[in-house]
Design a protein around this ligand. Structure first.
Ligand SMILES: [Zn+2]
Length: 488
């Protein structure tokens, strides 16, 4: 008995030692920012005014492609021309598709592959009836108490204007980039991204293969990761795919006074319950694994020990991550039943019931895998499964590199502006315009240099969208610094 206890004690001690040694041997992968060689003079009042002006122009996206605010986009184009005179004098500019813009700042060394910076000029509409809840009207472009208010302040006019501010500042300083820089601003990111698709096609046709592409996506998140007090600059290195499946069940109709034991609605409901109970498997792999690898060395010892020993603790971590919708989305292809229709009248049995289930695909799971999974789980011949023709289906993007000079330059540019931030790769769970470009550069990143706390999340696509002037200034400094670091 004593020997057994001794043996167990020894095994536990060894295990603990292994766990601790692995945790303690983790080294920070954060890059040290260089001392800035040139200081940028940013006029806070002027940058706020220029962004405010752009927020007053109603470049609102509509799901209905026959409705398009052509006049508003024309006004915004002219507004940008007037607000950034140097950029418009020195850069080539062309309108692509309906109203997207592509700028080219020619570099001195044609052998260097270019840098492509992206943003979008359209904004989502205001939820009807919610206008009154805004502290300042959504299209008034108010600047007050250090904040610029309005639809587009965060998503994504601050990026469009911020990039142009950065370019304008560098031009003022007489910069001539070695690497060519393209700026691509879509007009319908919120409604399908036809503009971005057209720009991508144009660049492919011209043989342009960027060294790096940067679009919106993840942000600098503050106070959102337990165990980490510093802000985390999440660099989207991949984005999930999407597919909506239509589930249909056809059973005889009739009067509801003499129903069968199960109607078409019941059959479909049972199918959906099964799908919710048997989601696709979770794993810490790819972009999410890269994220934890970068974050773990910055965490307190207990958390670090866990992430340094995923060989032992992965099931525990997965259970924890699966408990919250935001982190669950990072570790699996998600299942969301979104629409359901049955009969047309309260007392009529449905001849046919129809449900839509929306899936967001992890890199590695493709549309066929999802259909196979659904067929297997539902296991009911009466339920027909097909891909919804409305929204289309696409696989997750390729995963961009986290080694090499481009990611390094990006991480360094972040730390120059946000010195306290921990930089980590990230899987973007929504869709961005960048997915149309992923094929032309192995270094396609999705990152908006905007500091966001938990309370700000509901402002995105929501009520009271705003950006602080101080935050906006940091965005501008980031874009200017990145251009200098990558193309200078
Ligand atoms: Zn956006």
């Amino acid at each position: 008995m004593k020997k057994v206890l001794l043996g167990v004690g020894l095994a536990v001690t060894t295990l603990l030692a292994v766990v601790l040694i692995r945790a303690l041997s983790m080294r920070s992968v954060q890059v040290t920012p260089a001392k800035p060689t040139v200081t940028l003079q940013v006029d806070r009042e002027a940058i706020a005014q220029r962004l405010s002006g752009a927020l007053r122009i109603r470049t609102i996206s509509s799901e209905d492609s026959t409705v398009f605010a052509a006049d508003e986009f024309a006004i915004l184009h002219e507004y940008l021309r007037a607000a950034f005179p140097l950029a418009h004098a020195r850069l080539e500019r062309e309108v692509v598709g309906r109203a997207s813009l592509l700028y080219k700042w020619e570099g001195s060394d044609a052998a260097l592959p270019p840098l492509l910076l992206m943003g979008h000029m359209d904004v989502v509409p205001i939820e009807p009836g919610s206008e009154g809840q805004w502290t300042h009207p959504p299209y008034a472009g108010m600047t007050q108490d250090g904040f610029i208010w309005g639809r587009g302040a965060m998503d994504d006019k601050s990026a469009v204007l911020g990039i142009l501010e950065g370019v304008e500042l560098l031009l003022k300083q007489g910069m001539r980039p070695a690497r060519t820089i393209y700026l691509a601003f879509g007009h319908d990111e919120e409604a399908g991204g036809e503009g971005a698709i057209a720009i991508a096609a144009l660049l492919v046709a011209r043989g342009v293969r960027p060294a790096m592409i940067l679009d919106e996506g993840a942000v600098v998140a503050e106070g959102m990761l337990p165990g980490l007090s510093s802000p985390v600059a999440l660099i989207g290195i991949a984005e999930k795919g999407a597919v909506s499946l239509v589930l249909t069940a056809e059973l005889g109709g009739g009067h509801s006074s003499m129903p069968p034991t199960q109607t078409a609605v019941g059959v479909l409901s049972a199918a959906i319950v099964k799908l919710e109970e048997h989601t696709m498997p979770a794993s810490i792999a790819g972009a999410s694994a890269s994220m934890f690898k970068a974050l773990a060395p910055e965490m307190p010892l207990v958390q670090r020990s866990i992430f340094a020993n995923l060989w032992l603790f992965e099931p525990l971590v997965l259970r924890q991550l699966a408990a919250s919708p935001a982190s669950n989305a990072m570790i699996r292809t998600t299942t969301a039943a979104t629409m359901f229709e049955g009969s047309v009248k309260e007392n009529v049995l449905p001849i046919r019931a129809r449900a839509i289930v929306n899936f967001r695909l992890l890199p590695g799971d493709d549309v066929d895998d999802v259909i196979e999974h659904v067929t297997e789980v539902v296991a009911d011949q009466r339920v027909k499964i097909s891909v919804s023709p409305r929204s289309g289906a696409w696989n997750a993007s390729p995963v961009s590199r986290t080694d090499g000079p481009m990611y390094e330059a990006l991480a360094r540019s972040v730390r120059e502006v946000f010195p306290l931030a921990v930089v980590a790769p990230f899987l973007v769970v929504g869709a961005t315009d960048a997915r149309h470009f992923a094929a032309i550069s192995p270094n396609t990143y999705r990152f908006l240099p905007l500091l966001i706390g938990p309370a700000d999340l509901s402002r995105l696509h929501g009520t009271n969208e705003r950006i602080s002037v101080a935050s906006y200034e940091l965005m501008i400094r980031f874009y200017a610094g990145l251009i200098r670091n990558v193309a200078g």
